[in-house]
Design a protein around this ligand. Structure first.
Ligand code: NAP
Ligand code: MG
Length: 398
């Protein structure tokens, strides 16, 4: 059989620990036998980031801007323990943070649904994707403790030195104060990424904030979304037969729980942090969650939502077989290959991505699955297998 040919290279960002092991296995067993794989390879493994003073991360993000599509393996974000483990020159920043800052992207997370693993919410039949704004609010806030008898005000000095003061509170007793901000440009990028992704996926877009209480701050988010929708996206949405709708966060939560899924939910930074954990767990497993970073100008970076699965890696190093679930990493590859196929008009590549995903899901639905799914599955004929056997089962169906 002739291998599928590619035109433009995918930006390949290799990573760390157990997911780095999976990365190579997935390429060997599921991709290279079928595709003449064309990638521009960047080693984001912690050792190489350290050797290059993290320049490799920046280079990989710039290459993603150039080519348009990347696939990323999970990477270690160094902490104190990693400083000694890897003898690091510096506590390098999170690669995901660096890449996101360069691409100005929004992360969309979507669960992969399989028969036998029922969501905790009975009505959910289709996946719910969540988009989290990744800048500002409580994540970039200033906070102070305030003693009794103090007056707290918001003081804004404009470019000409004019000052306006807004009273926060006259403290009769001890208290606390917090100052948050956001930037219209960042909110607009977020909005564009959400509208673009909804069009791409042909799914409805929901957006929610607390604008009834936060009449200036949250209302600005609502207004920016509305303006961009009207001016840039309404016509495209109508043509695609999808809709955008804004609602209060409380109402959104109630609707999400009663819905059958199948839409994208855009959230402010904090709401997205909390709600993405709720959805990931509600749907079953972090290893069954895909993640894609989409920039407002339509650049895509696909990855798994989970980390490097350190505990399994140490077992692997000790020569023991592992039970790591490769599905999210496989779907990162299939997502990136499909997008490359769409952009370069290579239908065989898009079909291959569909087949790879179907073979993966069919394997689980036939009862063969990694341990953590086995513990959740309601299938009667289920069997827990090690990672290598699971990959071989997918390959045989592919
Ligand atoms: P993790 O790698 O997601 O793993 C946490 C636990 O979740 C695992 O120990 C395992 O549970 C379970 N798990 C996660 N993925 C799994 C899979 N594919 N198959 C089976 N079980 C899975 O998170 P972590 O241990 O907190 O972080 C490890 C490293 O990953 C850290 O250095 C962190 O910086 C990095 N990280 C990277 C990313 C990223 O690159 N996107 C994201 C998050 C974390 P059991 O041990 O009970 O089996
Ligand atoms: Mg969280």
């Amino acid at each position: 059989m002739a291998k599928i040919q590619m035109k433009t290279p995918l930006v390949e960002m290799d990573g760390d620990e157990m997911t780095r092991v999976l990365w190579q296995q997935i390429k060997d067993v599921l991709l290279l036998p079928f595709i003449d794989l064309k990638t521009e390879y960047y080693d984001l493994g912690l050792e190489h980031r350290n050797e290059t003073d993290d320049q490799v991360t920046v280079d990989s993000a710039l290459a993603t801007k150039k080519y348009g599509v990347a696939v990323k393996c999970a990477t270690i974000t160094p902490n104190a323990a990693r400083m000694t483990e890897y003898n690091l020159k510096q506590m390098w920043k999170s690669p995901n943070g660096t890449i996101r800052a360069i691409l100005d992207g929004t992360v969309f997370r979507t669960p992969i649904i399989v028969k036998g693993i029922a969501p905790y919410v009975r009505s959910w039949q289709k996946p719910i994707s969540i988009a989290r704004h990744a800048y500002g609010d409580v994540y970039k806030a200033s906070e102070v403790k305030v003693p009794a008898g103090s007056k707290a005000e918001i003081l804004v000095t404009d470019a000409n030195g004019n000052q306006t003061k807004t009273l926060i509170h006259d403290f009769k007793t001890d208290g606390i104060v917090q100052g948050q901000h956001n930037i219209e440009q960042s909110i607009a990028s977020f909005a564009r990424a959400c509208f673009q992704y909804a069009l791409d996926q042909k799914k409805e877009l929901w957006f929610s904030t607390k604008d009834t209480i936060s009449k200036t701050y949250d209302h600005t988010f609502k207004d920016i979304f509305a303006e961009i929708y009207e001016n840039e996206f309404r016509a495209k949405f109508e043509e695609a037969g999808i809709s955008y709708f804004y609602t209060l966060i409380d109402d959104a939560v109630a609707r999400v729980i009663r819905s059958d899924g199948g839409f994208i939910w855009a959230c402010k930074n904090y709401d997205g942090d909390v709600m993405s954990d709720m959805l990931a767990n509600g749907f079953g497993s972090l290893a069954m969650m895909t993640s894609v970073l989409v920039s407002p100008d339509g650049v895509y970076e696909y990855e798994a939502a989970h980390g490097t699965v350190q505990r399994h890696y140490y077992k692997h190093l000790a020569g023991e077989p592992t039970t790591t679930n490769p599905i999210a990493t496989i779907f990162a590859w299939s997502g990136a290959l499909r997008k490359r196929g769409e952009l370069d008009e290579i239908p065989e590549l898009c079909e291959f991505a569909d087949r790879l995903e179907k073979a993966s899901i069919d394997t689980i639905e036939s009862g063969i699955m990694p341990k953590e799914l086995y513990l959740l599955s309601s299938l009667e004929n289920k069997k827990a297998v090690y990672t290598t056997e699971f990959l071989a089962e997918i390959a045989s169906r592919l």
